[in-house]
Design a protein around this ligand. Structure first.
Ligand code: PEP
Ligand code: MG
Length: 326
């Protein structure tokens, strides 16, 4: 199989009937800068900026942040990198931060990610300046985690735009363009897409958190790990609804959770119209091989039928279908 993956390394993630699926990697550390080179991925679809904060003994200042981002962008060359603003708090609490959130009873639904960033704007301003300077002269793609209501996205975006105005006024270097995105991982946001989508350049579905919130099942509890399946009709219908709304609004939509890194799940996601996956690096070969073996029209028709008439065991049904058709 290794040889098979190596052989398709430089080929596109394209189905037999010509539908393109971009295959990117999730990253977060300086060592990850070479991941695109190593895997042949189309870019970094999710750069988890909080990793630098988590591995540091003290709060990384703007300079250290900027160095990291610049290094990652440099290694990415012409390929896109999507930076996610910090998702700290909850289970990713920082020992050196006062008013840390780890004492909460339900940290995953607690004061984390954008919620914390909007309350601690000094942190977010420093990160924004680091991102703007690191992206000097090239496009900056920035997205916000755990957006739960459209106004949170608006506030975060305004904060970035204020830093752009400041950088302009102080003659600092700036990106040539900025693309703004939101992560959809809190189910409530799906009800507000008509309000949110016109304001977005892209949407990224975070299936790790989304599925834990949809099923009310802690993603970190091993006793629940096998209980609900990513291929459950509820999850797939939910994602299909979001993808349809985004496509109708011409907003590119991607899945950046672990789900997309499993070939059968990737097949189902492509079948419900997902145009891009950002996955764990080791999954690039297997997922690309799956995408390249698919007929997009056939899997789309199959998924539509199966989601309208859900079988009891979706995984087995899809796995049987894949054996015959992929
Ligand atoms: C997700 O929730 O699916 C996601 C990609 O973000 P994280 O795993 O960092 O919470
Ligand atoms: Mg998440």
């Amino acid at each position: 199989r290794r040889a098979e993956y190596a052989a398709i390394r430089d080929l596109p993630g394209r189905t037999l009937d010509g539908a393109d699926v971009s295959i990117m990697v999730n990253a977060g550390l300086a060592e990850d800068a070479n991941l695109i080179e190593a895997t042949g991925a189309d870019g970094i679809g999710l750069f988890r900026t909080e990793f630098q904060f988590l591995v540091s003994a003290s709060l990384p200042g703007r300079d250290r942040q900027q160095k990291l981002y610049a290094r990652v962008l440099e290694a990415a060359g012409d390929k896109p990198v999507t930076f996610r603003t910090v998702d700290i708090g909850g289970d990713k609490a920082l020992p050196y931060m006062r008013d840390k959130a780890d004492e909460a009873e339900n940290p995953a639904m607690g004061w984390r990610a954008l919620r914390l960033s909007l309350d601690r704007t000094t942190l977010m301003k420093a990160q924004t300046r680091a991102l703007l300077e690191a992206s000097a002269g090239r496009p900056l793609r920035i997205m916000f985690p755990m957006v739960s209501e459209p106004w949170e996205y608006e506030d975060a975006r305004r904060l970035v735009e204020e830093q752009v105005a400041w950088a302009e006024a102080s003659k600092r270097p700036l990106p040539c363009r900025i693309e703004f995105g939101a992560m959809l991982e809190v189910p409530a946001l799906a009800e507000m897409l008509d309000v949110l989508l016109p304001r977005l350049d892209f949407l990224s579905i975070g299936t790790n958190d989304l599925t834990q919130f949809l099923f009310a099942a802690d993603r970190a509890d091993p006793r629940l790990a096998e209980r609900y399946d990513w291929l459950s009709p509820a999850i797939l219908r939910f994602i299909r609804r979001v993808v349809r709304a985004a496509s109708a609004a011409n907003v590119p939509v991607r899945v950046c959770g672990e789900m997309g890194g499993r070939p059968l799940e990737a097949m189902a996601l492509v079948g419900i119209g997902v145009q891009g996956l950002s996955i764990t690096p080791a999954a690039v070969g297997p997922v690309k091989a799956m995408v390249r073996s698919l007929n997009h029209a056939a899997i789309s028709a199959r998924m539509d039928h199966l989601l309208d008439h859900p079988p009891r065991d979706m995984r087995k049904t899809l796995s049987d279908w894949a054996k015959r058709n992929a």
